[in-house]
Ligand binder design. Structure first.
Ligand code: FBP
Length: 555
């Protein structure tokens, strides 16, 4: 295989473990803390998880290892979207498992949860694992988005697990996958299978975090990757002084990625979906806010700038959500065929006009035609509008242009507006993990095996104190049920891990809010540059501004 120089060098990188895990397996003991309760709906969650609810928080410490010696056969899956560092969770898990007992075995189930259902797996050995150390991607075993949530699926997983002699399953995934890990753990316990289930917190979106989980892995590398390129674009914009760049960044439900990139690069505009929703902002209000920046900058800095748009933005705009719901209703059942049979866009437009309420039609009429058509072309398997496919970066630049044209006609704006569009998402999900993610992920995997060895199930591998050097990180585990509450999903009340949205009273947003008016007018761009893997720790090991602000390390 042809290896790039960096790939070769990264194979040699030794990820840093928390100090308490560095003394060798025989010197890791466990300290149990308090019993836990779910974040809300305690009675309901307790009733649904009678075997795994209320367990104690645990921390690992230096001391005599008192776990029961037992041969372990562990199965691991990667679940959901790629996130840098996934390979290192597996290498950390493998190293801890082999350091404990050479006879222990690690199976990698292929293609996400499907691998467990189809009993499709590989057996890891040193050579296999060594080829993936400190690399990005999930290609080691692949990933998938099948949801493991029904009793029938759990029964198949249990049967396959028994067939292979598994003692534990590790699920590396986001909030949904770890919710399913908790339910699988409960099933395994209720049926006395003896099979433990441990989760690891993954997602570039950064929305799996809470008072116990400080960060999901992959967020650090992905946001650094996007911030590097946004910084480069800012510098290009500031050199040429002729374009406004509209940059959409991933983050399906939360705006953490957009916010972190804004903190790193200080663009002129960054929309935060959670704020848009809280202030019930309309599309026109948002466009007008961006147009204000364009107009002011035209008078001072010039006709250029950078705006960051979170992927999930349109779903946060209340009037847009209502429009989507009405369109879904309008095309429900047989009406899609009727709509598709109409001869041209003009006829379809009349059908839409007749079917929407006056309020929603007014919103629809405001949209550029390509977005109007996108709303009716791209449907998911249930016939619903695929909101994630809407090119919101183009939508907002078109709305801003309309607003500026109006201002031009009124004689208040005299600048020029030329927009360029970008979407950064897949570019960051498989990047070589930053040192932070390489270290964090390896620690999560290593720690997951410690939880297995000590007999825990239904726990999330937890590594905290992350804004400090790795030596000071704290390793342990938290019952997943502690992070759960009841939510309405597809018409049913379900126990789920609470998704973390951007908190408008949180330090990262507050910092952004305090500076954005100046950034909107001045050219205050900052250029983070590429991720550095070698060099001083102050450059290579630093984590996100979000975490630093949350931990009070940045003011
Ligand atoms: P996870 O929540 O599974 O980690 O995935 C998040 C994400 O990267 C989003 O940012 C993005 O909207 C989505 O995955 C894209 O999914 P897909 O890979 O299926 O296109």
């Amino acid at each position: 295989m042809n290896l790039s120089p960096l790939q070769k060098a990264r194979y040699e990188y030794a990820p840093k473990l928390p100090g308490m895990l560095r003394n060798g397996i025989s010197e890791i003991c466990v300290k149990e803390g308090n019993e836990t309760q779910s974040v809300a709906d305690q009675d309901k969650i307790k009733a649904l998880f009678p075997n795994t609810y209320g367990k104690k928080e645990i921390t690992f410490e230096k001391g005599q290892n008192t776990s029961t010696a037992k041969k372990h056969v562990v199965g691991v899956i990667l679940s959901g979207g790629q996130a840098p560092g996934g390979h290192n969770v597996i290498t950390g898990l493998y190293d801890a498992l082999k350091a404990t007992n050479k006879e222990n075995v690690l199976y990698g189930f292929k293609g996400g949860p499907d691998g467990l259902l189809k009993n499709d797996y590989v057996t890891f050995d040193d050579a296999f694992i060594d080829a993936y150390r400190n690399t990005g991607g999930f290609d080691i075993i692949g990933s998938g988005r099948t949801k493991l949530e029904t009793k029938e699926q759990f029964a198949i997983v249990a049967e396959n697990a028994k067939k292979n002699g598994l003692t534990a399953i590790v699920i590396i995934g986001g909030d949904d996958s770890n919710t399913n890990a908790a339910t699988l753990a409960e099933y395994m316990a209720a049926n006395n299978t003896g099979i433990q289930v441990i989760g690891c917190p993954k997602t570039i979106d950064g929305d799996l975090k809470n008072e116990d989980i400080e960060a999901s892995f992959g967020f650090d590398t992905a946001t650094k990757t996007y911030s590097e390129v946004i910084g480069n674009i800012e510098r290009d914009a500031n050199s040429a002084k002729k374009y406004w760049h509209f940059v959409k960044v991933m983050g399906r439900s939360a705006s953490h990625v957009a916010l972190e990139c804004a903190l790193e690069t200080q663009p002129n505009i960054c929309l935060i979906g959670e704020e848009v929703k809280a202030k019930k902002m309309s599309l026109s209000q948002i466009a007008s806010q961006i147009a204000d920046s364009v107009e002011k900058r035209a008078e001072s800095a010039g006709n250029f700038g950078v705006a960051i748009i979170p992927e999930g933005i349109v779903e946060f705009v209340p009037e847009f959500s209502v429009l989507i719901a009405e369109i879904n209703e309008l095309l429900a059942g047989k009406k899609t065929e009727e709509f598709n049979a109409l001869p041209n866009w003009a006829a379809k437009y009349e059908f839409i006009k007749a079917g929407l309420t006056a309020e929603s039609f007014a919103v629809f009429a405001l949209l550029p035609e390509f977005v109007q058509q996108q709303l009716f072309l791209e449907r998911d398997p249930h016939g619903n509008v695929q909101v994630s496919l809407i090119e919101s970066e183009k939508l907002f630049s078109a709305l801003v242009k309309d607003e500026l044209d109006k201002r031009k006609a009124a004689g208040t704006y005299k600048g020029k507006f030329a927009a360029l569009h970008h979407f950064f998402g897949y570019e960051g999900r498989c990047a070589f993990p930053s040192n932070f993610d390489a270290d964090y992920c390896y620690s999560l995997g290593y720690n997951a095996f410690m939880l297995i060895q000590y007999g825990y199930t239904g726990y999330l591998s937890k590594v905290s104190n992350l804004a400090k050097p790795a030596e000071e990180w704290v390793a342990g585990g938290m019952p997943i049920t502690k992070m759960m509450n009841m939510e309405r999903r597809n018409g049913e009340d379900k126990p789920v891990i609470r998704k973390a949205l951007v908190e408008l009273d949180g330090a990262p947003f507050k910092y952004f809010e305090a500076h954005r008016d100046a950034w909107a007018v001045e050219t205050a761009f900052t250029y983070p540059g590429a991720i550095q893997y070698y060099g001083p720790s102050s450059v290579c090991d630093i984590t996100t501004k979000t975490l630093a602000l949350e931990k009070g390390l940045l003011k």
